[in-house]
Design a protein around this ligand. Structure first.
Ligand code: NAD
Length: 486
């Protein structure tokens, strides 16, 4: 398999940076005009776009699987469960619930407003921008798109330039399934995306690193554009002494080595006692052999590192602590073996940066208190995992820490559910999506009050000249459910 360096994007004729000419202007103007026409607002239009997206997934499943295999050596199994089927489920769920989600939500009123109608209208923001990373290049582009279309927006999609196979399918095939007056794919790397971000959007949904998240938020601030930032970080995984090591090894290894560790919610490092480490190491070795065979490089089930740049970064991390399991690498194949590191110092790079690869360091702690203290002196992670036979220990971890998501005795399967959101907190991001949360993210919740044009006598109590009597009457009429007038 040949791997390529990042940044060599498929050329978008409309997006070539030409001196003095804004490559995005025409596209953005077209989309704005389309939004102004009101075309995207009807339920029928939104449903037609979602159906188009569903057809794209069904009719191009093999193409997408091939692209994911080309980009990440992703197995068809992993491609299906984490990218194609997940996205299809989101489409089907949005289609099923669209009418209900779009409905106005009534607000309760008080005595003085009994004849008024108060409700929340979910209206589209307008022109929204979705910027995606390379690690789940179908899912992380299209799942936000489901909500953006369902909410009635016009959309600019910016896939990652690094996952080139998938980028090409998204750029060349997807637009055929959607109304192109309301939807565009823009290609490019940091420079082009920087240029794109100079434009005003009505909402920006960004998935990627905290470093670029700051760039996006700074650009958005210039236009007061609201943002969702789905970022990354180091996700701790605490394992206490009561656990069955083989069960923990199976669960942690699957979530760590899935997609060759290039998962934002993967357990990034294990915190456990030296005694548990001794029991966990043979269990992890046995799991890795069972999952990927004696020679994981020849396993069809293990992914590859996306490119040379990421490979070099990860290979350097293999020098931290001591290699207890794995540690082999092959530059020509962007291959890094499923690896476990021990004797790792907190100050070493592998404990300073998000690993984002198939490397699992184990850091020793003496107690759950020490683990909590370790976690809490770092940035808030996107996910946190606690393994213990004691629900008290799991609850302690949940109560005394903060993270985007949490799982006790399992990994990140909760991200596949439509009923709960995915999102970070603090350094791991802001905002949330999946299922209805995506629709809500891309909808402005507009509070509306419709009062009768007559009946002025009833309203007069609020006008000057103010009197104590009027104030008392107003307070009584507004009742305990209201806050003050302003
Ligand atoms: P990245 O931040 O480098 O790139 C993300 C996107 O931003 C890409 O489309 C890229 O073209 C664009 N970009 C890169 N540099 C830019 C710049 N200077 N100006 C403007 N745009 C720029 O992230 P990545 O390497 O593609 O993905 C890995 C990161 O994404 C990890 O930190 C991972 O944890 C995070 N991630 C988070 C989630 C989540 O749901 N929270 C999911 C997947 C990945």
């Amino acid at each position: 398999m040949s791997k390529k360096g990042g940044g060599d994007a498929v050329k978008n004729p409309g997006a070539e940076p030409t001196l003095g000419i804004d490559p995005f202007q025409d596209t953005l103007r077209r989309l704005r005009e389309a939004f102004k026409s009101g075309r995207t607002r009807s339920a029928e239009f939104r449903a037609a776009q979602l159906q188009g997206l569903g057809r794209f997934l069904q009719e191009n499943k093999q193409l997408l699987q091939d692209a994911l295999a080309q980009d990440l050596h992703k197995s068809a199994f992993e491609a299906d469960v984490s990218e194609i089927i997940t996205t299809q489920n989101e489409v089907d769920y949005a289609l099923k619930n669209l009418q209900a989600w779009m409905k106005d939500e009534p607000g309760s009123t008080n005595l003085f407003m009994k004849l008024d109608s108060v409700f929340i209208r979910k209206e589209p923001f307008g022109l929204v921008l979705i910027i995606a990373p390379w690690n789940y290049p179908v899912n992380l582009v299209l799942v936000p798109l489901v909500g953006a279309l369902a909410a009635g927006n016009c959309v600019v999609l910016k896939p990652s330039e690094i996952s080139q196979g998938t980028e090409k399918v998204v750029a060349e095939v997807l637009p055929r399934y959607l109304d192109q007056s309301c939807f565009a794919v823009v290609l490019g790397g940091p420079q082009e995306t920087g240029q794109l971000l100079e434009h005003k959007f009505d909402y920006i949904f960004f998935t990627g690193s905290p470093r670029v998240g700051k760039i996006v938020m700074t650009a958005a601030a210039k236009h007061l554009t609201p943002v969702t930032l789905e970022l990354g970080g180091k996700n701790p995984c605490y394992v206490d002494d009561s656990c069955d090591p083989q069960t923990v090894a199976n669960r942690v290894a699957w979530f760590r080595y899935f997609n060759a560790g290039q998962t934002c919610v993967a357990p990034d490092y294990v915190l456990c006692s030296p005694e548990m480490q001794e029991r966990l190491l043979p269990a992890l070795q046995s799991t890795i052999t069972r999952f990927y065979g004696d020679d994981p490089q020849s396993s069809p089930n293990l992914g590859r590192i996306i490119n040379q740049k990421q490979f070099q970064r990860l290979r350097a991390l293999l020098g931290c602590g001591h290699v207890a399991i794995g540690g082999q690498s092959d530059e020509s194949d962007c291959y890094i073996a499923p690896t476990v590191l021990v004797d790792v110092q907190e100050t070493e790079p592998v404990m300073q940066e998000e690993i984002f690869g198939p490397i699992l360091p184990i850091v020793n702690v003496r107690s759950v208190d020490e683990a909590i203290e370790f976690i809490n002196r770092r940035e808030k992670p996107l996910a946190l995992y606690a393994f213990s036979n004691s629900s008290q220990v799991v609850n302690q971890m949940l109560e005394r820490t903060s993270s985007g998501g949490f799982a006790g005795n399992d990994g990140f399967l909760y991200v596949s559910l439509l009923s709960v959101p995915l999102g970070g907190v603090g350094h791991s991001g802001m905002g949330r999506y999946h299922g209805k949360f995506t629709f809500d993210t891309f909808s402005h919740h507009r509070t509306c009050l419709l009062a009768p044009s007559g009946l002025e006598k009833l309203k007069e109590i609020r006008y000057p000249p103010y009197t104590d009597w009027n104030q008392q009457l107003l307070r009584w009429g507004m009742g305990p459910k209201s806050c003050t007038l302003l």
